[in-house]
Design a protein around this ligand. Structure first.
Ligand code: TYC
Length: 117
């Protein structure tokens, strides 16, 4: 039996079943789920985290180019929030944890959150 964590993206595991018919073996394979459910990692604005630090996070954690990191940082600064990246659940959750610990280590209140696609 395959046990997955609650809310895991991989919900469609049926496995393969074999049926014996007159010596012929028929195989039925459940179609694999094509796309995992994706989640947005959202950065939230605050008045204390420096722009340089947010750019550094976007480049190092979300693999943004310097120009794209600046664009996303300004989007958050002006609109209050912005999308840093879109990932499967476990990757997105790890990115949020990484951003949070980088920010706390540096003494900033920067917040990152997860959002359904
Ligand atoms: N508003 C911050 C400032 O003026 C910059 C900032 C941008 C902070 C994006 C957080 O997610 C953020 N220093």
């Amino acid at each position: 039996m395959l046990v997955l964590p609650a809310g895991h993206a991989l919900r469609c595991i049926v496995g393969s079943q074999k049926e014996q018919t007159d010596g012929a073996v028929q195989e039925r394979v459940a179609p694999k789920q094509q796309k995992p459910t994706l989640y947005k990692v959202v950065l939230l604005n605050d008045d204390y985290t420096t722009m340089e630090f947010v750019i550094h996070v976007l480049e190092s954690v979300f693999q943004k180019s310097p120009a794209e990191a600046y664009r996303v940082m300004m989007q958050v600064h002006v609109n209050g929030r912005g999308i840093a990246g879109v990932y499967p659940w476990e990757v997105a959750e790890t990115k949020v944890d990484t951003v949070t610990s980088m920010a706390r280590d540096a003494g900033y209140p920067l917040l990152a959150a997860l959002e359904d696609e």
